[in-house]
Design a binder for this molecule. Structure first.
Ligand code: MTE
Ligand code: MOS
Length: 712
């Protein structure tokens, strides 16, 4: 009998990774390898008056903007081109690249770095959202210092407020979060046969190629990006590798030797992009029965000194601001604010975790004010098939939240426990609901990405899948071949799907937005079906497939109206805590989740994603304090930036609900980010129950709990 696609197999990469056989960037050998180190401006907002470098010993180079090849631009081609390769005149954030020191001995480079002196003229600084909004002189971006400024309107907010008998207002905040991928940022660059080659630990090899081509003033065909096995990414290697690749490419152009740039952990914690901090100010109108008649939300995110992908993060944040609820009358104002903070960037969830946290806490707070249990209150508003989304699109999916909630309740004996615990008793259970729009927003796949994928049958019957998506722990090098093996009915050992090399693979798009398994996986399925039909056509058969946009999914990017996503994954997460009355330390007693990911391509991989995602979210919600003060991340070692270990959280119960999606392979939907989306609010909600007081920000640390408990 043919196996179910969901039945787990051993991961293709398991043995070599667990056995220490896999080579990562810093394990690779090159003849005459040189080391590069970024030299940074140590001011947050300043004009550079002069840079003095000592006379360098033979074989050492200090690469600066003067080394950019003739005709090359001092700007990195990303969504926006505002981020320069090397500081132009004004430094906009602490740690911005001034140059790169290159040479054969790493210690010597550190000594030389100390001898470089930079003279600055200081300018007015702004770090927080409020300081960014108030920045008067020397605005960082545009007229109002916001990269993006959007409004969403659903229903009639004015009419809704006219019906309100009470208006409830509050402010909720989320903090920074660091990715802590196991392998820090790293790249190697060299020049070979007239081409610039970059080996990268990254998520998007084609992004790097595009980013550096105007810098080198060379055609993209002269640049080759080879994906190195990547030790985790979580969004942190979506755009950030561009920032290192650009100066590295300039250095390669000058020196023409292989150069390695690998950050150490402290450098990585201090000088890479983090999750955007966010603030939501809610004004919600309630009628006499406590029903929501109107909601007005102001959402701001701290985008930092360059735009990067902040506007797309902001869009996801505001699209998530009603969580899984159908609220009739809503207005949302969203802004991504320019500051002199380190530019914020992609992080698992891409703005959704922020929006969802704000939304879930606000809904819980309304319920608590009314004396209703948050779960009972939230259920009244559950989105259903056919309902209108916040962008006035249609919910095309069957929504199975009730069934999921039931499963979570049963697994955790939640009803019985809640009957026993009372608010403020020191024990509590928090429950969060969440959804994640899978894939790129709106028509991004159709208009921007236009994914292509190739499959080859070789003479010996082995099959090769050629695509640009990367394995970063989420399991693609197992799930893609598994989809092909299932269709072709051949053993998975006969199918390869290697780390991409841009000179060999078609561009199937970046490894982001939980799109790869769902969107590119569908291309694998389609290509496999075609290959199966044409199998006997020849010794060697090549199949090329292109993305097809799902029918009935309309979107207008100019107005942000329509179906923001083709489909959604759904989640329910319950967390039980006990708060120590003396120390306010929290012990997590249990975690129960249910997820709708369509159909699991491999159950073990999905459970792995659930485990990792929920725990990463619990770190975000409870432990990972990251302060930005005087232009610096204050926690820059893993001794003071605290992430969860296996001692912090118990094993969790993880259930999957089948709800096949017709445009995903075998019915699968994107899930890699979904599983991150609910942990923080479930934790905060549980603490609220346990202490009988409201919390307004994450992380909910013992220090913050003490503060809340002492509040009147
Ligand atoms: N899981 C592991 N182990 N490592 C990672 O870096 N990245 C997450 C998530 N799961 C990540 C991960 C992020 S940010 C995204 S966007 C999705 O995986 C990507 O899923 P996809 O391969 O389906 O696109
Ligand atoms: Mo994921 S934040 O889209 O890389």
């Amino acid at each position: 009998m043919k196996k179910r696609i969901s039945d787990s197999i051993r991961r293709v990469d398991a043995f070599d990774k667990a056995g220490g056989i896999t080579k990562y960037i810093s394990d690779m050998d090159f003849e005459d390898l040189q080391y590069g180190r970024l030299v940074r401006a140590l001011r947050s907002h300043a004009r550079i008056k002069s840079i003095k470098s000592p006379k360098l010993p033979d074989g050492y180079y200090f690469i600066t903007k003067d080394d950019i090849p003739t005709g090359g631009k001092n700007e990195i081609q990303q969504i926006s081109n505002d981020w320069p390769v090397f500081v132009k005149d004004e430094v906009l954030f602490y740690g911005e690249t001034v140059g790169m020191l290159v040479g054969p001995d790493r210690q010597k480079i550190l000594d030389l770095e100390d001898a470089i002196s930079i003279e600055y003229e200081e300018l007015e600084e702004a770090f927080s959202i409020d300081e960014g909004l108030a920045l008067k002189s020397g605005k960082i971006y545009g007229e109002d210092n916001c990269y993006g400024d959007y409004h969403l309107n659903k229903g009639d907010v004015k009419k809704g407020f006219a019906e309100a008998v009470t208006v409830f207002e509050e402010e909720i905040n989320t903090g920074y979060q660091e990715h802590v991928y196991m392998e820090p940022q790293g790249l190697v660059g060299y020049y070979e046969n007239g081409k610039y080659v970059i080996i990268a630990s990254s998520q998007c090899p084609f992004y790097i190629k595009k980013a550096i081509s105007p810098v080198l003033n060379t055609d993209q065909d002269n640049i080759v990006i080879k994906q190195a096995t990547t030790g985790g990414a979580f969004g942190g290697k979506e755009h950030f590798p561009d920032i290192i690749a650009a100066p590295l490419a300039v250095a390669v152009d000058v020196i023409r030797k292989p150069i390695q740039v690998v950050f150490d952990r402290k450098e990585d914690l201090s000088f890479t992009a983090k999750r955007h901090p966010s603030r939501g100010i809610f004004r919600t109108g309630l009628d006499a029965k406590g029903n929501i008649v109107a909601m007005d939300v102001d959402v701001t995110i701290n985008a930092g000194a360059y735009m990067s992908c902040s506007n797309i993060v902001l869009q996801r944040a505001i699209f998530s601001i009603n969580s899984v609820y159908d609220i009739a009358n809503v207005h949302v104002h969203g802004r991504s604010v320019a500051t002199n903070a380190f530019p914020s960037d992609a992080f698992r969830g891409f703005g959704a975790p922020q929006g969802l946290f704000l939304a879930e806490m606000h809904m819980s707070h309304i319920a608590r004010n009314l004396g209703i249990s948050p779960v009972e209150y939230k259920r009244r508003y559950f989105m259903k098939k056919g309902d209108t989304t916040i962008t006035n699109g249609i919910m095309h999916d069957e929504v199975k939240l009730e069934e999921m909630l039931e499963k979570v309740y049963a697994a955790g004996s939640i009803e019985e426990k809640l009957a026993e615990y009372t608010p403020g008793s020191g024990r509590g259970i928090g429950i969060s609901f969440y959804q994640h729009g899978a894939g790129f927003t709106g028509n991004g796949e159709q208009e921007i990405i236009k994914a292509k994928l190739k499959m080859l049958k070789h003479g010996d019957g082995n099959v090769e899948i050629l695509l640009s998506n990367v394995e970063m722990g989420q399991g693609l090098q197992t799930t893609f071949p598994k989809i092909a093996a299932q269709v072709l009915e051949i053993p998975i050992e006969m199918i390869s799907c290697d780390n991409p090399d841009t000179s060999k693979v078609p561009n199937s798009g970046p490894t982001v937005a939980s799109r790869s398994l769902m969107v590119v996986g569908k291309l694998v399925e389609r290509a496999s079906r075609e290959l199966k039909e044409r199998w006997d056509e020849d010794e060697e058969v090549e199949v090329l497939v292109n993305y097809i946009h799902p029918e009935g999914c309309e979107w207008d990017q100019a107005t942000l109206q329509g179906d923001a996503y083709p489909t959604y994954g759904w989640g329910v997460c319950a967390i039980e805590v006990e708060v120590d009355p003396a120390t306010a330390e929290v012990e997590t007693k249990g975690i129960w989740t249910a997820h709708d990911v369509g159909v699991a391509i491999d159950e073990m991989i999905v459970h792995g994603q659930v485990n990792g995602g929920v725990i990463q979210a619990l770190g975000y919600g409870s432990l990972e304090k990251l302060d930005y003060k005087d232009g610096k991340f204050q926690q820059n070692t893993l001794a003071d930036y605290i992430i969860p270990t296996s001692m912090d959280f118990p094993m969790m119960s993880s259930q999957l609900i089948e709800n096949p999606y017709e445009n995903g392979p075998f019915g699968a939907k994107g899930l890699g980010e979904l599983v991150f989306d609910g942990g923080a609010s479930a934790f905060a909600d549980a603490v609220e129950y346990a202490i009988g007081k409201k919390v307004y920000k994450i992380p909910v640390t013992p220090e913050y709990i003490m503060e809340v408990k002492n509040r009147d």
